[in-house]
Structures are given as structure tokens and as C-alpha cells.
Design a protein around this ligand. Sequence first.
Ligand code: GLA
Length: 527
Amino acid sequence: MRSPEGIRASRAVLAVLLMGVTAAASRPQMRRPEGLPQSAHAEVDGLALTPPMGWYPWNMFGEEPQNETLIKEIADALVASGMKDAGYAYVGPDEGVCFSRGEDGKLTTNLDRYPSGLRGLGDYVHRKGLKYALYTDAGAKTCSGAMPGTKDSEFEDMKAFADWRADYIKIDWCNSQGQDIVQTYALLGKAQRAAGRPVVHSLCSWGEGYPWIWAGAIGHMWRTTADICGPGKADWARALRIAFANEQLAGFAGPGRWNDPDMMIVGMPGLSEAQNRSLFSLWCMMASPLMAGNDLRDMSRSTVDILTNLEAIAVDQDPLGAQGRVVWNDGNVSLWAGKPLFDGSQAVLVLYQGKYRADKKIYWEELGLQASDELYVRNLWTHETTGPHAGSVSVAVGPDDVAFLRLSKKSDLPIPPVLVADTYLVTLRSKVARPETLTGKVTVTNKGSSDLPPWRVDPESLPPWLEVAVAGSGKAQTFVNTVSTAGLKKGAYHALVRADNVEPISGRPMSALYYDVDLEVVRNVRR
Ligand code: GLA
């Protein structure tokens, strides 16, 4: 048998080879194949209609220090740092010996590392108004070999993940020799639907099998390249190679189906402030999932400012979901465009890889605009608007830095919705035999510019013991959950509430919002 280190080493070699293959092989496949229902899956569950945002442990921590304390501290830090208020929500363990398979074939939590159980940790995350992310593998074992993969237990395992209340499942592709990649991930998608809890399905085959062609019909995002770094070590050159490989797949991305160039390395040891800013801008420009990978408990002011820059995040989270691409690249300077935004403006990025600070001129015609257009230019890092400019604009850029801009005929630039919930878990308890009415609330605030229309909950989707009314309007709306216990038997009851909305400027559907309601009935209740 090969040691986990051996497996990891050969996987690393394979991953590097794949990166080359991905970049080379993607070129002839730039056009999306006809007739493939690329967005069919997200259209059903309404999830990830803008790129998921959150945090995952792998880049910084690898496997070893992952445990309940770390994940809880990171969840706390997501709130305390202001990242939750900027839209980051998904958090949970990556590969870190969270569970094993028992004699009966069922997954059980590793209680040494996760004493509250994986469900208990999920409840902690949900109570904070965050979303729960878990990790597994489509093969026989996870990459380290230390955890069981889902092969031949797909339905049981996806049920276990639903019972743990996962909202997001990253599914790796290690130890999958002999498996058909499309059939395997499609089966896992089917198993998730059978488990009855909609989840963001994050496919992680590092570009193997060209997931951009088929994975939109199965899940919501797919890794396009090898890992961005080894645990704890940021690698700028490698990150840039990944960005340029991922960029070529722009035509495949859109609402509910995202190219994933991996978790970010912003704020990790080894990157300069300019590199952090550039990496974040590139990920936003490519409408990439924004999964932070640094230690959120120990961040410099500059890292926090970069990760929470709402004007940059607005480009990533734009409701149109276009992925920007390279217009030209002379090896030193690259111009990125092709990202129309929901209010008629557009994002433009200049990445500078030269040695000395320089001025770069951007011509409207390079962006597909008329030379005569008069445009305001918003610098998304200095937060200054200049103009209107006719025909071109000049920007100063330093080494490894970017100019990240929003161009518009108007000087007013709205921010798309950024939703922040006070909780995603309502817990109610009835202790008496006479019927009673209990209420629990969930308040969702929009940190974006627009007042949202009222959220809609389909009453038909709720169990008979629960009613949901939406109160408030505009920036903050409250879901009032009213439970009537009349006639309920002693026991535990659960509902997953789905709410839908539309972004008012673009008219595009927003990602569906889901939260859990738990009701415990301690005694049988009379009618
Ligand atoms: C693969 C993935 C990484 C991480 C590790 C865990 O390499 O691409 O993101 O999940 O496995 O072993």
C-alpha cells in the first residue's frame, strides 16, 4: 500500500501536469457545446446564482490543525472582522479527519476532533448567520487516504451530509481510478437531491474531465486547475498561472455555474500587499467563488481591507455573472475586460507584472466601446471617481499591482445585493400539552445599494405546523416563523424554508435563501 505522503506526492505531480493539460486543452473548447443545459441545476435549487463566498481551511492549515475549535474560531473571526457583513458565508472543515465509516457502513463524526459532532458544529455556524461547508471525495478515499470517499456509498453519504445540515459540499477526485467522472459526479448530484437538502455542489477534479463542459448541469462550481498552493505557502507565480488558465474558460461561466480557480491566498505569508490586491481583483474580475484561505484570526488591516472591499466584491457578485477575460497581454501588462455589470457599467482591470511603476493608457475601443463615449472612471481601490473621460484614460500601476476600474456613463455606481442574516437557525421548544403558538425570527439585511422587493416564501412548501410571514421592507426584512403545536405528537420537527427574490436593477433572480427551523415538542399536544 502507498503511504499518504506517496499518494500526495504523486497527486502533486499529476496536478502540475494537469495544469498544463488544462491550459492547453481548454483552447479548442472555448465555445460552450450546443444543447447542454449548463445552468439547469442551479435553476432548480436557486443556489449560487452569484459566486459563493466563504472560507476553507486547506490553503493555510492543510489537514492537521483542523478541528472544531479552529472552525469555530474562524466562524467567530468571519463575524468580528466584518467579512460576514461583506457577504462571506460558507465555512467548515476541508480534509481534516472529520469522519470515518463505521461497521454498518454509515459515516460517523470523529468526536476527538469534533466533540459537538459535525451536526453540532453546523448548528454553531448557522446560529451565527453563516452557512456550513463540508468536504468529501468521489473516489474510494480522500486525498490523504485518511477519510473514506463516497464511492459505492453515494446516497448514504449525501444523506449523512444533509443530516449534518451541510449547505455546501466540496467533492474531491482523488483515488478515483477507473471511475467515469461525469457519471460519478452526476450520481452524487442525484444523491444530494434524494437527501432532500439543497447544497452548493463544488466539484474538485482540478480540471480533469473538462468539467466546465458538463458540470453546470450537475453542480454549481468546478475547479479548473491544480491546487493554488501547498498548505501554508502562498505562491504568487503559481497563482498567476492559474488565473491565466482559468481566464480561458470565461465562456463557460454564468449564474449558478462558476469556474473555480481555487481558494484564495490573499493574506497568506509570502504575498505582498500589491499581490494580495491583485489576486483579489483577478478573482473578482473572473467572477470566481471567493473562498478565503488565510488565517482569519490573525489578519493585518490591509488584508481585511482587501477582503472586505465592497466595490471589488460588487464586480464578483454582479447579478449578470459574466466572467472577465484578457483582451491583450504583452507579458508585462495585461488588459482584462468583457465584464458588463448590472447597471450598464463595466469592469476593467490592468495587471502589471513589470518591475517599475508605470502609466498605462486604456482606450475605449479596446473595450468594445466608442472612442467618442464620455465615461466616468471609478478606481475600485482608491475609491475615487474621475471624468467624464473621452476615448481613453491613463492609470498608474506598480509592480505586481493592478488598476481595477468601473467605467460608466453615470457617476453613480450601485452595489448589488450583499445579504447578511442574523441567524440561519430558528430553534423552538414546546413543553406543554395544551396547544400553543411560538415564533422565531430571521432578519436578513441587504448591505448593497437597493431596497429589495419582499422575499417570497411558497406556503405550499411548508409543513402544516409552520407559517412564515415576511415583515419589514427595503434594506432589512424579517421572516416571522409561527409554529402552531395543536395536535402535534411528542418529537422533533424540522423545516428548511426557502425564500426567493429578484434583484431590482437587473431583474435577475437572486440566489435562493434557505434557513432551518427546528421544533422540539416535549409532550403530545391536544388539538
Ligand atoms: C485536493 C484539493 C485541495 C484540498 C486537498 C485535501 O488537493 O484540490 O483543495 O481539498 O485535496 O487533501
